[in-house]
Ligand binder design. Structure first.
Ligand code: XIL
Length: 351
């Protein structure tokens, strides 16, 4: 009796009994996160190095919230290796130094991709041996430069086309389909400790592209090619079904590899409407998608959760506005660097 009345007193004081007699009290929520740095796995963002250098408010949000950083552009081929004999390290080195000073991990993006190639590569005249040397030299110089400082690399990005075939990129054209495997081998030689990822988009579109990517990755793994992880870009939007988003994440984990949600953003204007404004209904829909994605990811085995990275930090900095030439607000922070409902969705998904 005594114990019972003590329990009633607690329920009364905490308000947990407010649903009335016969209803089980809800378990208390864990304390709200002070920052995404407290997530059980590394939460990160892609960053614009120019903004890091120039805008204090931007750098403050990055430092407060994220314990992993990806260069949005500064480690791409065109940025690092603009001429055959020229490497420009300054922006990427700045980011690596920032990360060291602020206790953050650096994810390298990206070594071999069909985009962001300098004209000396797209115009390169050479036989397949010369192309092989070009690819190998680029990978080994870049990975070697950052050895021990960049924890992981997107070794190959977007090799699979929408119909599931291997994209006819310059790499595929000059080196044959197995360039993907050799890129991983060259990267492993240059830094045996870096985690090596195959990164792509569209896992959530449906089974065609998803299956092709999983087959590629599983094939590499079964041949003993040194691949450690699969990156899901997840440039998504509020109309994408929960079922397809969840399938993208859970099927990636079935490979047994590390899973990185590597470029997350959730667009609210998928039809590119010129006059759209951000309503609270759109914010609520966006929050729900962020929550679903983070919750599904958080349920994966802890050993496979490499991390979640959003593609930039605030709506003011997103690539989506430029890409769609339309208004959009795809990120967890608004143009004034304030948290949006989307941020709360992430926090709820982490609990
Ligand atoms: C984008 C950047 O965000 C833009 O600033 C740049 O102009 C083009 O590239 N998939 C990727 C990223 O792997 O590298 C792309 O980043 C977005 C799509």
């Amino acid at each position: 009796m005594k114990a019972l009345s003590f329990l009633s007193l607690i329920l009364l004081l905490t308000g947990c009994g407010k649903k009335g007699a016969g209803t089980d009290p809800e378990p208390p929520l864990p304390p709200a996160l002070g920052s995404l740095r407290e997530a059980a796995f590394p939460f990160g963002a892609a960053v614009n190095v120019n903004l890091m250098r120039s805008t204090t408010a931007y750098q403050q949000v990055v430092t407060r919230e994220y314990r992993s950083v990806t260069a949005e552009n500064a480690m791409k081929f065109r940025s690092l290796h603009p001429d055959a004999a020229t490497y420009t390290w300054s922006d990427a080195d700045y980011l690596v130094q920032y990360a060291r000073q602020n206790n953050s991990r650096v994810h390298g993006h990206t070594l071999i991709w069909h985009n962001s190639l300098p004209s000396w590569v797209t115009n390169f005249q050479g036989d397949s041996a010369a192309w092989e040397n070009l690819m190998k030299t680029h990978i080994q110089t870049v990975v070697g430069h950052f050895r021990g400082q960049v924890a992981s690399w997107d070794v190959v990005n977007e090799a699979v086309a929408e119909d599931g075939t291997l994209r006819p990129s310059p790499w595929r054209q000059h080196l044959g389909p197995d360039y993907v495997a050799r890129a991983f081998q060259y990267a492993r030689q240059a830094d045996p400790d870096a985690k090596l990822f195959y990164n792509d988009y569209g896992h959530e579109y449906g089974p065609t592209k998803r299956t092709a990517i999983l087959n590629l990755v599983n094939g590499l793994k079964s041949r003993g090619i040194p691949i450690d992880g699969i990156g899901l870009q997840l440039h998504t939007n509020i109309n994408r079904s929960d079922a397809n988003l969840a399938a993208a994440i859970t099927t990636a984990a079935q490979t047994g590899l590390l899973v990185h949600i590597s470029e997350l953003d959730v667009a609210v204007n998928p039809d590119n409407q010129a006059g759209l404004t951000l309503t609270s209904a759109l914010q609520t829909a966006q929050k729900a998608k962020y929550k679903l994605i983070v919750q599904t990811y958080n349920a994966l085995p802890a050993t496979q959760r490499f991390g979640i990275t959003t593609w930039n930090v605030t709506d003011a900095d997103t690539w989506v506005r430029g890409y769609c030439s339309c208004p959009d607000w795809p990120l967890p922070f608004n143009d004034q660097y304030q948290k949006k409902p989307a941020y709360d969705g992430i926090v709820e998904g982490l609990q």
